[in-house]
Design a protein around this ligand. Structure first.
Ligand code: NAD
Length: 288
């Protein structure tokens, strides 16, 4: 049987019209505030993708770009300004923040009702408990909707998550648990990664390590969800100018003929994450 390619771009495109209609039905175009500290190249690219998609939906994206040396106090004050603006319906603090800033304190400054990334303590408790009304972090919601679209069940399955960050790995583990999977979470201190990933029915990888998962890590029949986005440069010796390429945490070419379903990078989880972010925003607009 041939491998099913889980096409996040196609699913996102198919859901676009419905989401746009939800946004257009609101009394006023909602504003999404994206607070960025510094000028990292990867962060700029992620924000650009959000702005482009948001504008196509009719959302006003307010990009607040702050100096890298901004103090904790000034950042929190900016977030509070956004809290007080009733036209702003969702607030994102683009992560990671410079190390001098206490990330948790900055996130806690966001009103839970505007926490479109689902990262404030209030929302974390909601998604840990598996509440229906929880704001799921966008990548987790995107993965959930991609699996649902392709009717891939988590119930009773062994889900192996590689990565335990608050932004990606932990909420994905909570999702799998709440969907009644039996869950194993691996991380950088896991001694024998292969022995865990090899037993997965659903393998979700969010390690930020290019092509960490190869043919030896998977078994026949597994569904592989590759969350990783990594830039590799100049892999082909024959290229005169080193070429930049996006790759996942899974070696797609090595794995694709073994497993039963897999997401590509790009075009898998990435587009679903952006869709889910704006679905979260539409939900917050209705609740607020
Ligand atoms: P992170 O660096 O915060 O966390 C990485 C996690 O992977 C850690 O828990 C670490 O213990 C684990 N890890 C690292 N090396 C490992 C190894 N060799 N074996 C096992 N575990 C290992 O990163 P993050 O924010 O969670 O992001 C992970 C990846 O997902 C990155 O590539 C990021 O760019 C990508 N990402 C993609 C989307 C998307 O929409 N597709 C969204 C967010 C993040």
């Amino acid at each position: 049987m041939s491998t099913l390619i889980l096409d996040g771009k196609a699913v996102r495109d198919a859901r676009f019209t419905e989401l746009k209609a939800r946004i257009q039905a609101l009394i006023k175009p909602p504003i999404l505030a994206i607070v960025q500290v510094g000028d990292r190249e990867d962060t700029n690219a992620y924000i650009k993708a959000k702005i482009t998609f948001g504008e196509k939906l009719g959302v006003v994206v307010k990009h607040i770009k702050l100096d890298e040396k901004i103090s904790q106090h000034e950042l929190v004050a900016k977030v509070r300004e956004c809290n007080e603006d009733e036209n702003i319906k969702g607030i994102i603090i683009q992560l990671p923040l410079p190390i001098a800033i206490d990330q948790d304190a900055a996130i806690e400054a966001i009103l839970p009702a505007k926490d479109v990334d689902g990262l404030t303590a209030f929302n974390v408790k909601q998604w840990l408990e598996g509440r229906e009304e929880a704001v799921l972090p966008a990548t987790t919601r995107g993965v959930k909707e991609l699996l649902e679209h392709y009717k891939i069940e988590l119930f009773g399955k062994h889900a192996v998550i590689v990565g335990r960050s608050m932004l990606v790995g932990k909420p994905l583990a909570a999702l799998c648990l709440n969907e009644n999977a039996f869950v194993t979470v691996c991380h950088s201190k896991t001694a024998d990664l292969v022995s865990q990933t090899k037993t997965a029915d659903v393998l979700i990888v969010a390690a930020g390590k290019p092509r960490l998962i190869g043919a030896g890590h998977v078994q026949k029949g597994t569904t592989v969800i590759d969350v990783g986005i990594n830039t590799v440069i100049g892999e082909k010796l024959e290229d005169e100018i080193p070429e930049k390429k996006l790759v996942g945490d899974v070696d797609f070419e090595a794995v694709k003929d073994i497993v039963s379903a897999i997401t590509p990078v790009p075009g898998g989880v990435g587009p679903m994450t952006v869709l889910a972010l704006f679905e979260n925003l539409a939900d917050l607009c209705v609740k607020g």
